[in-house]
Design a protein. Sequence first.
Length: 152
Amino acid sequence: MTATGTPSPQPSIHGSAVKVGERAILIRGASGSGKSGLVFDLILAGRAGIVPHAVLVGDDRVRLINQDGNIMVLAVQELAGLIEIRGLGLRRCDFVTEAPVGLVVDLAAPDGARLPGPEALRTVISGVELPRIPVAAGHPALPLVLAFLTTS
């Protein structure tokens, strides 16, 4: 609680998120691992009709909250609507302020493998289990995410 009695804002985490259809994809990874690039690729895939409509939630820093058993990802106010495009810098784009997380993508994941075990394909955030894609360092993430979204 703050001094005024309102709830303190949740701390932000280093990550990016894009809402694809009705659910967000939370992308985690170290600086320079390709989070912003994957977000932009997914936005373009949505515009091309490869995946449902895709829109930025947040780039570089986002907040996560457990809301009635759903993990919600929220844009950080200071960065809302901004995305870093390598070679162009910070750019403005359409965004939503929040979305329920439906998938977690971990870039440069140490457990990224050609045939990951079932335990590697799940993660728990604030007590909520979510599907996860661990992407090995040096491997492209977009084909894996597209495969997740378009296959069963």
